[in-house]
Write a protein that binds this ligand. Structure first.
Ligand code: 6R9
Length: 635
């Protein structure tokens, strides 16, 4: 018998040991007992972190949607699979049962097929948080098409870059989206993006906000009539274990976004198993993750992980502040949510509104509280624990990444004793390592270093779409035979991990990963700008915010800086999206540089953090004089 559901600490340690000593045997048992296979594997694991190449369950055949939908029909056909809570609380929630999900996914899959989408084709999904988003993802998986979801808050340029990178032929979108009291013209953004995407032949448009939009003849089609005419039955494409399931883009510290490729069997097994244990999900629980499906958290823990366990998963279209800051708690009360999974930035924003709002709601259904996306600060942790959890619901601080596919370090609620700001212990099968400055592994407890993983887990991303070399360079060259995460971490006296933050040029703003390079590129596009450098600085709500140092081509006194700031932020909005807007912009006559011409971000970071007492050695700089000026005019 495999240990699918861990119930106490001793069992955790016992299972963890087994998963490390006999990983293949361990994962084989989990895979064998809890999933539906059309054919079993020939080998459980093959791996080489040098090439790098990892395969799990090679030779196996399956379809992930049969695991997420079909196999539940006999026992859970009438159970709610997806519970849709719309933007406006006055609109009724929609309960989509497993049977209805089966029918709607088949209809959507049949529409895609009729539009010529085949196994292996890439489909771009740019859809807000409405049922069609989850259904279109599952429909792609049903026919073996590779979905590439782009968060529906990204700009036209960001969208077109992603569409072109993975050569998508078809785009799914909606007329528009709701965001609290506002509406967003999604179709307009798609139209603009497609001006530079000649490969896209078809756009399927869901109706959401009933706005007047322009439909391009021969390219754009309303989705609903096609769905209505499609059959509710359909066979799932039989996939190989290692066939790509989806591409999801994440920001790197430099250049183009990285299209992380996740494959079928390992991703399914790991997301399902982590979901069951990290959330201690039980049959009649209602589970709610507030992330957008446009991020990995939504892929793994709104769609695939919950559905693979036959769970009820809430899909929330709205925002925490609409119609007021009680909305989250209203949803928890209304649907009797048992597990609630959100981000530190949301917790801080809610904490700022005061705890009194919460007192108007009955939150007694809550059993587990989760957080993800960035380190949670001590204050936010306690606020969450006391006011939302009433000191009774354990907080799981789950650390993981787009590249990982599933939760990597987390307490198991009611099993692992929690500790504020600590992600605590590695999940089953995960072997973390902390690396020192000389590339050596730091052994023992009470050490701090760079976080790596020593051994493959089933849902590790297999490559970067179209760029295996970059995959190798980014994750497998810093340390030999290790996956490097880009994060720093410490291990305390009992072996608990605390993630201290990024050690590269990625800045996490409100839980969104932003690379410095693409933002600097956008700023530098402004005709008046000579050069720029972005750093992060601490922000009450966002965790980190962006501070830009900008040098101008013409240093004349006559420039109106307030206009310039607006124009620069507009450029960023257009190129990347509103999430990358600059909090502070400081104009300066120079940027501190090394003799080889590299901008010394370390110094700029300290100035932005208002910590100029110890700037380190600036004597090796090419232009030390500009540091004084920057300090003097710092914002
Ligand atoms: C799932 C997700 C990954 C980066 C990661 C780290 C940060 C995520 C965290 C956390 C501290 C946590 N991060 N969870 N830092 N504690 N519990 O967020 O994926 O968007 O790819 O971000 O987010 O820096 O490297 P992704």
């Amino acid at each position: 018998m495999s240990n699918y559901h861990i119930k106490h600490l001793e069992e955790y340690f016992q299972v963890y040991r087994k998963s490390v000593r006999e990983p293949e045997k361990f994962w084989e048992e989990i895979a064998e007992e809890h999933f539906l296979w059309r054919k079993k594997w020939d080998s459980v694991l093959k791996w080489d972190f040098k090439t790098p190449e990892v395969t799990w369950f090679e030779g196996a055949k399956l379809n992930i949607t049969e695991n997420c939908i079909d196999r539940h029909l006999a026992t859970r056909g009438d159970k709610t699979a997806i519970l849709f809570e719309p933007n406006d609380p006055k609109d009724p929630a929609e309960h989509i049962t497993y049977r209805q999900l089966y029918e709607r996914v088949n209809q959507f899959a049949n529409v895609l097929k009729a539009e010529g989408v085949k196994k292996g084709d890439r489909v771009c999904i740019y859809v807000p948080m409405i049922p069609e988003l989850a259904i279109s993802i599952l429909a792609c998986a049903r026919i073996g098409a590779i979905h590439s979801v782009v968060f529906a808050g990204f700009s036209a340029t960001a969208l077109s870059t992603r569409i072109n990178d993975s050569d998508c032929k078809l785009v799914i979108t909606s007329d528009g989206s709701y965001r609290g009291a506002k509406t967003i013209d999604l179709k307009g953004i798609v139209d603009e993006a497609l001006d530079s995407c000649p490969g896209v032949l078809t756009v399927l448009v869901a109706k959401r906000i009933q706005s007047d939009i322009v439909m391009k003849d021969g390219r754009d089609k309303w989705l609903q009539p096609l769905l209505d005419a499609a059959s509710k039955e359909g066979d799932a494409e039989i996939m190989d274990a290692e066939d790509p399931l989806f591409i999801l883009y994440t920001s790197g510290s430099t250049g183009q976004p990285k299209g992380m490729v996740h494959t079928t069997a390992g991703y399914m097994v790991y997301t399902a198993y982590t979901f069951k244990n990290a959330f201690q999900y039980r049959e009649n629980d209602v589970y709610w993750c507030t992330a957008d499906i446009g991020w990995i958290t939504g892929h793994s823990y709104i769609v695939y992980g919950p559905l693979a366990n036959g769970a009820t998963t809430v899909l929330f279209e709205g925002v925490p502040s609409y119609p007021d800051y009680g909305r989250f708690w209203d949803v928890v009360q209304k649907h009797k949510v048992s597990q609630f999974y959100t981000a530190p930035t949301a917790i801080r924003a809610l904490a700022k509104q005061g705890a009194e709002i919460i007192e108007n709601y009955d939150l007694s259904s809550l059993k587990v509280l989760g957080t993800v996306g960035e380190p949670i600060n001590e204050e936010a942790w306690h606020w969450y624990n006391e006011n939302v959890g009433k000191g009774k619901s354990p907080i799981i601080d789950t650390w993981w990444q787009t590249e990982n596919g599933g939760i990597m370090i987390t307490p198991i609620p009611y099993v692992t004793p929690t500790k504020p700001t600590y992600a605590t212990l590695p999940f089953i099968g995960i072997q973390p390592a902390l690396m020192g400055d000389n590339g050596e592994e730091l052994i023992g407890n009470q050490v701090e270093g760079r976080l790596c993983i020593k051994f493959p887990w089933p849902s590790i991303a297999r490559t970067i779409w179209g760029d295996h070399k970059r995959y190798k360079e980014t994750y497998f060259t810093a340390y030999e035979n290790m996956y490097f995460t880009g994060d720093g971490a410490l291990r305390d006296e009992v072996g608990y991990y605390r993630i201290t933050g990024r050690v590269d040029d990625v800045i996490i703003v409100s839980g969104h990963n932003l690379g410095t390079a693409p933002i600097e590129d956008a700023i530098n596009e402004h005709p008046a700008v000579a050069e720029s450098a972005i750093v992060g600085f601490p922000h009450d709500i966002k965790g980190s915010a962006l501070y830009a140092y900008v040098t101008l081509k013409d240093v004349g006194e006559s420039r109106d800086h307030s206009n310039l700031k607006k124009e620069i932020n507009q450029l960023i909005s257009d190129r990347i999206g509103a999430i990358a807007k600059l909090e502070k912009i400081q104009f300066t006559s120079g940027l501190p540089k090394t003799r080889s011409g590299k901008i010394m971000r370390r110094i700029l970071r300290k100035i932005a953090e208002k910590d100029t007492s110890n700037l380190g050695d600036t004597s090796t700089l090419l232009n030390p004089e500009c540091v004084e000026e920057i300090i003097k005019n710092a914002l």
